[in-house]
Design a protein around this ligand. Sequence first.
Ligand SMILES: [Zn+2]
Length: 163
Amino acid sequence: MKKTFRDNWRVVVEIMPRAREIRASQLGFTGLDYDLNGRLTGEAFEMTFVPRDLGDIGSGFFVSGHRHGRDVDAAYRARCEEMLAEFRRCDHVLSGRVECDEEHRCSHCDLVWEVLTADEAADGSTNQDAHSVEGEPVCCEAAINEFRTERSIPLLATAGGAA
Ligand SMILES: [Zn+2]
């Protein structure tokens, strides 16, 4: 079965530098605000913000990430959505979105999840047998037979063997 792992949650916002709404020091260029006239100009640019770790409860205290159990993704998504809503209150934020990295792995063998294309399923050099169809996983026998069982497709000839 395909399992999806999400990681590296982040908020990406598109910022338009505008006079009086954003200062150089707010962009990390400290010590310049006095010499500047307060105006920033330029093209819109994107910045990526990474949320605080869920286990970080503030004031330097950390707890194990496991306390959020299976809802880690939902918790990170919620935290990012909250950050995004806050960013959007600022006039110089043009747009924004929540992103994460997704990786799909097989629940049986833990390899990266890959499936046959229609061409590969029809090709004797890449399919498992004449019963292979588009979408059939390629990583291991357990995943292939699980896929076939769900679709009432005859299992691999090597499976079980005792029939
Ligand atoms: Zn597998």
